[in-house]
Design a protein around this ligand. Structure first.
Ligand code: HEC
Ligand code: HEC
Length: 288
């Protein structure tokens, strides 16, 4: 209890400081605008615009230390754990919204609690601090509800979760919790995929051979998946609107993560195999 009281005072103090700083920036912009649109009198020293103090650059590097879902405080613990379960076993917890045999964790390894990089899949640690974010697809800022439903509609070949559903709230609460401590709009190096840099022209035939040699044992001869790995194409996989369908994303993902546990594809191999996988049949995305 004592600790809670202290934490509350601290949080409140920090919140007041942040709001204060935000307000001063906001009002300086406001004054700036009224200066632009206001009377035409030339500016004198007396109505010179106050300058907002430059924002302080963070002095310490961003460190990766996501808290465990189990450690969430009681008031949000149920939501955080449901969010985690939804990412780990998506079809079980949201059966009406999943149209394939994938779970989020098949691409966002360990439910997204990784530092990206080799064997890390697509991290989600920090998304709570980096959204809303501009996306080309919508040509506007999108929040985590919209971004998550993009993966439901495309990567999961399913239907969007209702925005106010318990499940969507749980997923967003989970993101916030695993992003704890990361400054808002920090540059987080482990998020997203980095396209492979190469002038190599992908070779589908070589990609098919590589698939047989390095992928089919786990993902199945026809990309249908096995007990060891999820489907890569066909009816039970992501649809052709998914990010992973684009060779630029799959090649970067495969280069860092596949074969699972021992990723050893060269950049050229990764581009070839991604080109082959992208040429195989899969469900078609239609904006319903
Ligand atoms: C087939 C692989 C795949 C599956 C399955 C998948 N995603 Fe994604 N997801 C991606 C790719 C690819 C991106 C884009 C990464 C990038 O920005 O480079 C992405 C991005 C995201 C982002 C934004 C991350 C960022 O860094 O901005 C969120 C949030 C997200 N996915 C949530 C989910 C959730 C929740 C599920 C399950 C309902 C899910 N995804 C299932 C492939 C997948
Ligand atoms: C040792 C078994 C194994 C091999 C070999 C393997 N994968 Fe995977 N792959 C997996 C597993 C398991 C997952 C899901 C990981 C998870 O859920 O944590 C996965 C996930 C994926 C995904 C994202 C999920 C999906 O099904 O779309 C892609 C893409 C992928 N692998 C591509 C490849 C490619 C390309 C190769 C060959 C170069 C390959 N994999 C070789 C085990 C393997």
């Amino acid at each position: 209890m004592k600790n809670n009281g202290l934490a509350f005072v601290l949080v409140t103090t920090v919140a007041i400081a942040i709001v204060g700083a935000g307000l001063s920036v906001f009002f300086s912009r406001f004054i700036n605008l009224s200066g632009t649109f206001g009377d035409t009198a030339p500016m004198s020293a007396s109505n010179a615009l106050p300058q907002a103090a430059p924002l302080q650059e963070p002095t310490t590097a961003i460190t990766y230390s996501p808290p465990s879902p189990q450690d969430a405080p009681p008031s949000i613990k149920e939501a955080v754990l449901l969010g985690y379960n939804l990412l780990m076993e998506t079809g079980k917890y949201a059966p009406d919204n999943v149209g394939n045999k994938l779970s989020c964790t098949n691409c966002h390894f360990k439910g997204g609690i990784t530092q990206g990089g080799k064997n890390g899949g697509l991290s989600l640690v920090g998304v709570g601090a980096t959204y809303p974010q501009y996306r080309k697809r919508q040509d506007y800022a999108v929040d985590l509800v919209t971004r998550t439903n993009d993966c439901f509609k495309r990567s999961m070949n399913g239907r969007p979760l209702p925005e106010e559903s318990k499940e969507m709230t749980a997923i967003v609460t989970y993101y916030q919790w695993i992003s704890k401590g990361l400054p808002v709009y920090a540059e987080i190096p482990w998020l997203g995929t980095q396209p492979l840099q190469s002038t190599h022209v992908p070779d589908k035939t070589k990609g098919e051979q590589l698939y047989g040699a390095k992928c089919s044992a786990c993902h199945g001869k026809n990309g249908e998946g096995t007990a060891a790995a999820p489907p890569l194409w066909g009816d039970d996989s992501f649809n052709d609107g998914a990010g992973m369908h684009k060779p630029v994303n799959m090649s970067a993902f495969a280069h860092l993560n596949m074969p699972l546990g021992n990723p050893d594809l060269t950049v050229e191999d990764a581009l070839d195999v991604a080109d082959f996988v992208a040429s195989q049949p899969r469900p078609h995305f239609s904006a319903k």
